[in-house]
Design a protein around this ligand. Structure first.
Ligand code: NAD
Length: 473
């Protein structure tokens, strides 16, 4: 892997840059490969190539576009070891988790390749027929985060290309490698300009959001950046999809198999060390099962190793970058400074490179930072609840509304509670497990519009309505 080289892809050509940087591997702190930083000229060239490609890609029959997207899935299958290895290097994930990310990416490609864009009859009587038709928008810029670099980019690629759009991806500058390599590989099978990649930071992202040649922005990242992107897109009224942060609550009812559920909830909190948009970020356990829950939860947490080698099949790992490491460290320090009870982890577990031991905070107040803010790391507050109305109110008491989960045997009760939560996805009796078939969106400040599932696909389309009179002319 040491001899790999990474490029931007513009019009199916490998493109380097005078400006290069190399990042540090989160596990070893050793320098990774050099990577180019795109310039204004690169952005202009990519947009021009994308506009040119769009002229014919939009006319390419849907079956052919679906077939090309299935080809991308095969490409990933053939290059799974390579891409998985790169993901492990750039994010610090174990091989198990990186393999899961490549497999998930293949699922997204296959799901979208199986979607059609048939006309729909919206209304019909003896005098009028109304037909809904779907059209691509043009050049789409995908701006991506660092936690799941490949799958979050590919989910956008899959929907965009099937619907007839052309895409320019800007990966996170913390994790550009897997995306750049995938797009470089894809250039061997896709027509020039259909899929391109430009690495860079917020400056390159901002160039794309302001560019008059871009019709849609598909953004996944923090709410703070989402707000900047929305303001920037207003200038040219670009379509936007904003997939932003969350502060997902998990409710454990009093009628569950406590041991099993405690184990599963711990996984929902600490998968990829909590660096997942829909990770469980607050846990509310019914008072009657709280002591037993804590026993089993802590036992599971103690089994998560903070120094496992990449080959060990662990779902835990280091923080992926120094910026996020500092955020998590500050939250742990805040808990200790305020005297909240830290049951395991804490500052003693901080500092071995970018590793942070899983940290559990016992019943902090509802207005504490660890309850109010998205931690995006391996620290979890666990609170006690008594009544249904009370817990729903407390879980909803946040600006975020991405996801949540509820565990309980009484289906009527948990479905009633789920419908009262102001979050766009609720997982019932399962940890958060995003899948290509399920629409993901943001309620409140967790976003605008959504991705994935059928609705996510249609978000890449302009709807055109044909109103056909049946009168003779
Ligand atoms: P971030 O907002 O810091 O960065 C995301 C991307 O935006 C990066 O590519 C960055 O370079 C780019 N960017 C930064 N400033 C920009 C600007 N002014 N204009 C255009 N682009 C700009 O987010 P992050 O730290 O990479 O990701 C973590 C956040 O993402 C968390 O809040 C997490 O919850 C959220 N997230 C949400 C989802 C979801 O599906 N809702 C999925 C994964 C992550």
């Amino acid at each position: 892997m040491d001899d790999l080289a990474f490029f931007n892809t513009i019009n199916n050509d490998r493109s380097s840059s005078e400006n290069q940087e190399s990042l540090l591997a989160p596990r070893s702190n050793k320098p990774l490969w050099k990577v180019p930083l795109a310039t204004t000229a690169d952005v202009d060239a990519a947009v021009a190539a994308s506009q040119e490609a769009f002229r014919s890609w939009r006319q390419t029959p849907l079956e052919e576009r679906q077939s090309q997207v299935r080809g991308l899935a095969r490409l990933l299958e053939e290059n799974k070891a390579l891409l998985s290895g790169i993901i492990s290097q750039e994010t610090g994930k174990s091989t198990l988790m990186s393999d899961m990310e490549v497999d998930g990416s293949i699922d997204f490609l296959k799901f979208n390749a199986a979607q059609s864009l048939d006309d729909e009859i919206a209304f019909e009587d003896e005098s009028l027929k109304i037909v809904t038709t779907y059209h691509p928008l043009g050049v789409v810029a995908a701006i991506c985060p660092w936690n799941f670099p490949l799958v979050l980019a590919i989910a956008k690629v899959a929907a965009s290309l099937v619907t007839g759009n052309c895409m320019i991806i800007k990966p996170s500058p913390f994790t550009p490698y897997s995306t750049l390599k995938f797009v470089e590989l894809a250039s061997a099978i896709l027509p020039p300009g259909v899929l391109q990649a430009l690495n860079g930071g917020g400056d390159v992202g901002a160039m794309l959001t302001q560019h008059p040649g871009v019709q849609k922005l598909s953004f996944t990242g923090s709410a703070a950046t989402g707000k900047r992107i929305m303001a920037s897109a207003a200038g040219s009224l670009k379509r936007i999809t904003l997939e932003l942060g969350g502060n997902d609550g998990c409710i454990v009812c009093d009628d569950v198999d406590v041991e099993r559920v405690a184990r599963e909830v711990a996984m929902g909190c600490f998968f990829h060390a909590g660096q997942m948009c829909v990770a469980t970020k607050r846990v509310y356990v019914h008072r009657s099962v709280y002591p037993e829950f804590m026993t089993h939860f802590l036992r599971t947490v103690d089994g998560l190793k903070t120094d496992a080698p990449v080959e060990e099949p662990s779902v835990f790992g280091p923080i992926s970058n120094k910026m996020q490491f500092e955020i998590v460290k500050a939250l742990i320090e805040d808990c200790e400074k305020n005297g909240y009870e830290v049951l395991t982890g804490g500052t003693n577990g901080v500092g071995n490179g970018l590793w942070v031991s899983p940290t559990v905070v016992n019943n902090p107040p509802d207005d504490s930072r660890i309850v109010k803010e998205e931690q995006f790391g391996p620290i979890i507050p666990i609170m006690i609840w008594d009544t249904e109305n009370e817990v729903v109110r407390r879980v909803n008491d946040t600006d975020c509304g991405l996801g949540g989960s509820i565990w309980g045997k009484d289906q009527e009760r948990i479905q009633r509670m789920a419908r009262s939560l102001e979050t766009s996805t609720v997982w019932l009796n399962t940890s958060p497990r995003p899948v290509p078939m399920g629409h993901m969106a943001g309620w409140k400040e967790s976003g605008i519009g959504g991705e994935w599932g059928r609705q996510g696909l249609l978000a890449y389309c302009q709807v055109q309505t044909l109103q056909i009179s049946k009168s003779q002319v």
